[in-house]
Design a protein around this ligand. Structure first.
Ligand code: PAF
Length: 284
């Protein structure tokens, strides 16, 4: 496995591989890797001749600077895990390499970015689009892999790839959960043991909401889920929205969409966790 820091060295290496007719898959990450990332990497390894993973904690997507400072950084352990997963190239650029000068591009994603994460984290998706487009330019992969835990991010990246006409297949991979249901996240390592125990209620509440969705209105599902989670110690729901899975616009009745998704953000102490659940077509 090669560890490369500069864009020019990366492009040279990938250029050689492509010249040999090899396909290139790419998994962008911010490091602090867990099994969720490794599932993306393993899929990337199995579907491509060359698997590239980037590790870069992107400052422009953090609207909360405290979150950026506290974001876990575990480069050495990450590289070991990537080697074990069959990764061929790890790209670990510095901030100067990715942003030799400030990126002033302003993307416009319309109603996709004005809801949920976009509404709560101003500038977040612009920062994601900035870095993912720079990484796409640097790696120029055939396929790129993203987790469905960041459901809205995936929709934004698809839209960005369309707007900038990238010839890259965007592949969505299912959420990977701990044995008790908690969605895997690099932020989970910041939870205290008690918070970790309480955090499991987030996924459990989503699973329950799917079980009783058919007997309730959309608003009832939202209200009951939010009021239950807010009774759990240290949990505070920031939003829980039930939306059309394609447009991400809120629905008021199950019949408003063929496929509904419930997206949630919850503070567990000061750690902000997100999760989501697909309801599919609910027939009341
Ligand atoms: O999902 C993430 O880890 C990040 O948002 C990404 C896609 C690597 C961009 O920094």
């Amino acid at each position: 496995m090669k560890i490369i820091q500069s864009i020019s060295a990366l492009q040279q290496e990938i250029g050689l591989q492509k010249k040999e007719g090899r396909s290139v898959g790419f998994v962008p990450t911010m490091g602090a890797l867990h099994n969720g990332h490794l599932q993306l990497v393993k899929r990337c390894v199995s579907e491509n001749d060359v698997a590239v993973v980037s590790i870069f904690v992107n400052p422009t997507q953090f609207n909360d600077k405290n979150d950026l400072v506290k974001y876990p950084r575990t480069l050495e352990a990450d590289c070991k895990l990537l080697e074990g997963a069959g990764c061929n190239i790890v790209f670990t650029p510095t901030e100067e390499e990715m942003y030799p000068e400030p990126d002033t591009r302003q993307f416009a994603f319309g109603s996709l970015e004005t809801v949920m994460e976009g509404a709560c984290r101003p500038g977040h998706f612009n920062g994601v689009a900035q870095i993912v487009s720079k990484l796409f330019d640097a790696v120029a992969p055939h396929k790129a892999y993203f987790g469905e835990k960041d459901f809205q991010q995936l929709a934004i990246i698809r839209e960005m790839a369309k707007q900038l006409k990238y010839d890259i297949e965007i592949i969505a991979c299912p959420i990977v959960r701990e044995a008790d249901g908690l969605a895997m996240s690099s932020r989970n390592t910041r939870l205290t043991p008690t918070q970790r125990k309480n955090a499991v209620e987030i996924s459990q509440a989503l699973f329950k909401s799917r079980n009783f969705a058919a007997g309730k209105s959309v608003q009832e599902v939202i209200d009951e889920t939010v009021s239950y989670l807010n009774t759990v110690p240290e949990l505070q729901v920031e939003y829980f929205d039930i939306a059309d899975a394609r447009t991400l616009q809120s629905i008021s009745q199950w019949s408003d969409t063929e496929e509904a998704v419930g997206c949630i953000a919850v503070f567990c102490g000061e750690v902000r966790l997100i999760d989501n659940i697909i309801y599919g077509k609910v027939r009341p």
